[in-house]
Design a protein around this ligand. Sequence first.
Ligand SMILES: NC(=O)c1ccc[n+]([C@@H]2O[C@H](COP(=O)([O-])OP(=O)(O)OC[C@H]3O[C@@H](n4cnc5c(N)ncnc54)[C@H](OP(=O)(O)O)[C@@H]3O)[C@@H](O)[C@H]2O)c1
Length: 214
Amino acid sequence: MKVLVVGANGGTGRHILRMLGQSNDHQAVAMIRDITQSAKLEEFGISETVLADLEDEVDHAVEGCDAILFAAGSGSKTGPEKTITVDQEGAIKLIKAAENHGVKRFVMLSTVGADDPEYGSESMRHYFEAKKKADDVLRGSSLTYTIVRPGRLSYEAGIGKIRAAEKLDDYSGDIPREDVARVMIESLTLENTYGKAFEFLSGDNDIVKALKSL
Ligand SMILES: NC(=O)c1ccc[n+]([C@@H]2O[C@H](COP(=O)([O-])OP(=O)(O)OC[C@H]3O[C@@H](n4cnc5c(N)ncnc54)[C@H](OP(=O)(O)O)[C@@H]3O)[C@@H](O)[C@H]2O)c1
């Protein structure tokens, strides 16, 4: 599959690129918003990059792709307005562009709490609401979607093992970004994840086995 990686220069996005760079099954296109990032990303074996910003026009970025891995986000250092323009409206714009350009597959990096914005602290509610709106548009779209909802992300090395469920009953612990990247890539082709949203954190089950048992 030709896979557009959105948020390619981010913590999770870089793991995705490295893994896709080693894959015989997929060819990555790195979506970046700063051309100076492309030299660094070439180290991962990615030769194709496209310049696009989720706050601007994105149609040219999705053209010719079979799938989208959405790992972008405005982050915690920007204000609430960027949560709307990037995490919510940017994602929705990309979903619409995918529909208009015949991209069939969409894997969304969402978060625990996005199904129920009342969950968690008051300070997180605005973010959870924005993520839920984007997830809801994806669910209502014509795309074959998977919505992956990790708990707290870490920069630790991946362990390749998770616990996953439509709704976890225990949110303790965290999950390495490297394992989130693996979950997103495996979900691309694991039909058992199609049309599903699920939560996950580090656990005892091999990633593929855990995804197959959802
Ligand atoms: N942090 C957590 O504990 C947690 C938990 C659950 C889910 N999540 C979700 O996981 C996502 C990924 O997290 P991460 O830490 O791996 O990401 P990250 O390192 O913060 O990277 C985010 C990426 O999004 C890109 N981006 C930001 N604004 C953009 C725009 N307007 N247009 C295009 N790209 C844009 C950034 O581009 P630049 O490189 O150019 O800045 C960056 O590459 C988060 O955004 C969040 O939604 C996070």
